[in-house]
Design a protein around this ligand. Structure first.
Ligand code: MCA
Length: 526
């Protein structure tokens, strides 16, 4: 019988010998063992399997879309989806009805799980999108999902999956405004988790008889918190201190009994703002990882001065999971500020010119990647997928960078920008085109340009420059209020300017770089 490449089979095979070993503990004192997760996910998987949902005609497995608050039961739900062979589709809890409606009609899930509070609003949208079942999961082990799963056995035979089979669909907004579903396979997730287990010292820690404690404060609806952090802990048989959301004071209090922490740069700047965050608080830690957005060199240096720890910055994407990382092993000085380090073992990374030829060391070009971590494409978007891959099968990341240069080792990659219109705010990707679409539809708006501006807390903040109609120009506050009712809060511009016209180049293209220069100091970052 060929080996079952279902990701859960790998996780199960790595569970601690003692099933009573702690897996998750919450700040309010709840403790879940590995056996609790194994049994709890079995019951939910049993319920999912009982629905008898068939694969699509093209072989795509049934999908389960999930918009619930972070909880240990939400982790069990994710593991159950893997075990039952569903494609798991996590959705940001900040998304509002219009966004959810789009995702449901795009991915056509057989099952939709939402919070009890949002059921009245979202159930009709899910039914209209053809969902067979809509159930709820609250933050206190409440909701109809667990009731439905309760009668099922706490054993479940994980369904066989090949490495290439679909395991999850992660929506990443599209430069054209329509979100794209990045299709990640069991093999993408397993291969990346196994590489990081080695590269970030989890295996070494186990072999030395240690037991890692991951301090988990990220959301679990994105790659960073759901795959990179969670899989690392589960494959290491580690215990997880599981915070419902990032709170710097709670993190500082939990650090003394933790060994690994992963976060976006905003996490680190906020920790540095905490007086009690010091060397002593971090004395038990072995690894701080940063990603999802660029980490400023001054944050990197301030962190090292304050704690004695050198943050390990890495580079990933929803389409490729992790692709490049600063080294864990070797001297801390080998982690170099403002670089993302070296390609992970087994991952090919190249920097090319517009004609596709390879850039020289130090020469800036487009970053492309190939490897077992790279997704198969975007859900139901074959043409878009084809555009994003080169003829020889490399994925175009849309990022711009160079290897080496400026005294850096030739093997180190530095990201210097993006060839596509993208804002990364507090670690979330925001695509201006999507926001411009909403603003342009408002009364009194002729056109708009959405840009990212330097922000002391979120790194970049969303801002909008709007051309109003002469007779009834819009009021900035009214634009913001309207958008609050339509899109996720982190996408809503934090500043809006109404102007007579937008700067354009000879081709008539809006010069967003001039707008970024004009408003650069809007949030007080020089
Ligand atoms: C919250 N707000 C934000 C953001 N988050 N505004 C801009 N950008 C944000 N990221 C706003 C809210 O709208 C609210 O405004 C106010 O800030 C406070 O809201 P709250 O929810 O309390 O915010 P917070 O708790 O302070 O959240 C900030 C945060 C959060 C902790 C940095 O954004 C976060 O957890 N970010 C992590 C994102 C992440 O996991 N990224 C990984 C995806 P108002 O009151 O006006 O509504 S990228 C990825 O996975 C790739 C593959 C990778 O490489 O890792």
């Amino acid at each position: 019988m060929t080996k079952n490449r279902n990701l859960y089979a790998l996780i199960e095979g790595r569970m601690p010998r003692d099933p009573a070993a702690v897996c998750i503990e919450t700040p309010d004192g709840l403790v879940y063992s590995y056996r609790d997760l194994h049994y709890g996910s079995a019951r939910i998987a049993g319920w999912l399997a009982s629905l008898g949902l068939a694969a699509d005609a093209d072989g795509a497995p049934p999908r389960i879309a999930v918009q619930v608050e972070k909880s240990p039961e939400a982790v069990m739900l994710y593991l159950a989806a893997l075990r039952a062979g569903f494609a798991y589709v996590p959705l940001n809890t900040a998304y509002q009805s219009a966004e959810i409606e789009y995702f449901l009609n795009d991915v056509k899930p057989g099952v939709f799980v939402c919070t009890p509070q949002r059921l009245p609003q979202l159930a009709p949208l899910a039914q209209k999108a053809g969902c067979t079942r809509v159930v709820t999961l609250g933050e206190r082990r409440d909701g109809s999902l667990l009731e439905a799963a309760a009668p099922f056995a706490d054993r479940f035979a994980t369904v066989p999956r090949a490495a290439a089979d679909l395991a999850a669909i992660l929506y990443t907004s599209g430069t054209t405004g329509r979100s794209k579903g990045a299709m990640l396979s069991h093999g993408n997730l397993s291969s990346n988790a196994l590489v990081l287990d080695e590269f970030w010292g989890f295996r070494e820690e186990r072999d030395a008889g240690g037991r890692d404690v991951l301090l988990h404060a990220l959301p679990i609806f994105h790659v960073h918190g759901l795959f990179v952090a969670l899989h690392a802990a589960l494959l290491a048989g580690a215990s997880i201190v599981f915070h419902p959301k990032f709170d710097p004071r709670q993190v500082v209090a939990a650090l003394p009994r933790s060994t690994v922490f992963m976060g976006v740069p905003t996490f680190y700047t906020r920790l540095l703002a905490e007086r009690q965050f010091d060397r002593r608080a971090c004395s038990h830690m072995r690894l701080f990882v940063s990603g999802s957005a660029p980490l400023l060199a001054e944050t990197f240096e301030a962190f090292r001065r304050r704690t004695g720890h050198t943050i390990l910055e890495r580079y990933g994407m929803s389409e490729t999971v992790m692709l490049v990382s600063n080294p864990y092993f070797g001297a801390p000085r080998e982690r170099i500020a403002a670089t993302v380090g070296v390609p992970l073992p087994g991952v090919g990374v190249r920097v090319v010119r517009d004609d596709g030829s390879a850039c020289d060391v130090g020469e800036i070009g487009k970053v492309e990647v190939r490897g077992p971590n790279v997704f198969s494409g975007y859900w139901r978007m074959p043409e878009k997928t084809a555009e994003e891959f080169t003829a020889d099968g490399w994925f175009r990341t849309g990022d711009v960078g160079c290897f080496g240069g400026e005294g850096r080792p030739d093997s180190y990659l530095t990201l210097v920008g993006r060839s596509k219109d993208l804002i990364i705010s507090g670690g979330y990707n925001v695509y201006p085109k999507e926001i411009e679409g909403y603003i342009d539809a408002l009364p009194g708006v002729v056109e708009s340009a959405v840009i990212g501006l330097p922000h002391p807390d979120f790194g970049e903040a969303v801002a909008a420059v709007v051309v109003g109609s002469r007779d009834a120009p819009p009021v900035p506050e009214a634009i913001v209020e309207k958008l609050r009712g339509q899109i996720a809060n982190f996408k809503v511009p934090k500043r809006v300017w109404v102007v007579d016209e937008l700067p354009r180049n000879a081709m008539g293209k809006v010069q967003k770089n001039l707008l970024r220069e004009r408003y650069a100091a809007a949030f007080g970052v020089a």
